[in-house]
Write a protein that binds this ligand. Sequence first.
Ligand code: EPZ
Length: 422
Amino acid sequence: MDSIIVTGGAELSGRIPIAGAKNACLALMPATLLSDEPLTLMNAPRLSDIKTMTLLLQSLGVEVTAMQDGRVLTLSSHALTSHRADYDIVRKMRASNLVLGPLLARAGHAVVSLPGGCAIGARPMDIHIAGLEALGAEIELRDGYLHAMAPGGLRGAVIEQRFASVGATENVVMAATLAKGTTVLKNAAREPEIVDLVQCLRQMGARIAGEGTDTIEIEGVDRLGGATHRVVADRIELGTYMIAPAIAGGEVELIGGRRELLPSFCEKLETAGVTVTQTNDGLRVARANGRVHAVDVKTEVYPGFPTDLQAQMMALMCTAEGVSVLEETIFENRFMHAPELMRMGARIDVHGGHATVTGVERLRGAPVMATDLRASVSLILAGLGAEGETQVNRVYHLDRGYERVEEKLSACGARIERVRGE
Ligand code: EPZ
C-alpha cells in the first residue's frame, strides 16, 4: 500500500487547478440509466471512486467510454443486462446506492446491496426507501439486498424527508423524472451537487424546478434523452486546498474556485484570520499573518459548514491561537483523525459529537494512519505545517477523492512525495 511523506515547514505559493466534483459525478453517472441515449460528462475527476462507479454501471450493461485521460466520460445504457448492484462493489462505495432510483424508474426493478457500515457511521437507507415507496415502489430487504419493484411504473407523490439526505434526494429526484404525475420533495438537500444533477437532468428533458431550495418539484415525463454536461467544480477539494496555505503559510490561487460553493466555510476561514479573494480565475487564499485564531465549527447541511471539511478544519485548529470546539452533527463517528493528529502533538478532547481543540505552537511529524477519505487528507495538511516528517499510510483512502494530491501540493512548493508500497 502506498504512503505519502510530507516534510513540514515550506510555505506555499502557486496555483492549484480544482477538478470536477466527485460527489456530483457519482450522481451524474447513474443518471444515464434513465435514458437509452448517450450522456457525456465533461470535467470528470480522475478518481478511484469514479472507476468503481464505472465498473458498477458496466456490470448493469452500461457502455462507458473514457476519453481525454478520463476527463470526458460517455455513458450509454441502451441495453441493460442486469438490475443488480452486488455487495462486493457497494460495500466499497456507498454511492453505488444511487443506481436504485434510476433503475427502478427505467426498468421497474432493482436489486441493490445495502452498503453496510463504513468508518464514519452506520449509513442506513431508510430515507431513500421511504421516498421511493412514496413513489409506489415495493421494497423488501432480503439477504442484505434491497429488492425493489415498481412493475406498473412509479407515480408522483408529495414527500417530506425526515432529514435532508443528499443521496436520498438524488435517488428520489432521478426516479421521479419518469414517474406518472408530479412529485413534490420537501426538506430536499440543497447541496451544489444536487443543483448540478438537476441541471443535467433538465438537459436530458426532465421537468424539474426548485433545485438548491428545500422543495424540489418534478413533473414526470415519458422518456429522457441524452445530454452533454460539465461537472461542477469540487467544493470539498477546493476547501481542502484552502486550508493548505492557512496551515503552511504563503498564498495559493485555486483555479475554478467560487466563493458561493462554500459560503459558511469561507466566512469561518476569514474569521480565523485567512484572506479569501475571488479572482477571475478562482479563489486566492493567504494566511493574514502568523498563527490563525481558534474558531468554533458546527457541521450542518448546505449552506452550513460541510461535514466533509470538518477533519481538514480540525487540522488547522490544532495550531490555532486559542481553543476551538468542533461539533459534528451529520455523522456519528467522524473524529477518527483526532487520535492520529494527537500522535503529532495535537491537544484534542473528543466527547460524543464534540471535539475541543487547544491550539499548540506547532505539531511534530509522525507516522500516522488514514482511516477515511477526508481524515487522510487532514493528516497531510497537518504535516505541511509540522516540524519534521509525517508519513501517512493507507493512502488508498486519499485516492478515492483527491486527484494526484502530492503533485498539486508539490507544484506549490510543498515537500511531499508518494512512496509506492508493496
Ligand atoms: C453524501 O453522502 C456525500 N457522498 C458524503 O461525502 C457527504 O458527507 C454527505 O453526503 C453529507 O453531505 C456523496 O455524495 C457520494 P446523507 P450521503 O444521505 O448521501 C443519515 C465524502 O467524503 N442517513 O446526506 O450518504 C446518514 O447516516 C462523502 O465525499 C440516514 O439516516 O449522505 C448520515 O448520518 C462522505 N438515512 C446523514 O444522514 C438515510 O436513508 C447524512 O447522510 C440516509 C442518510
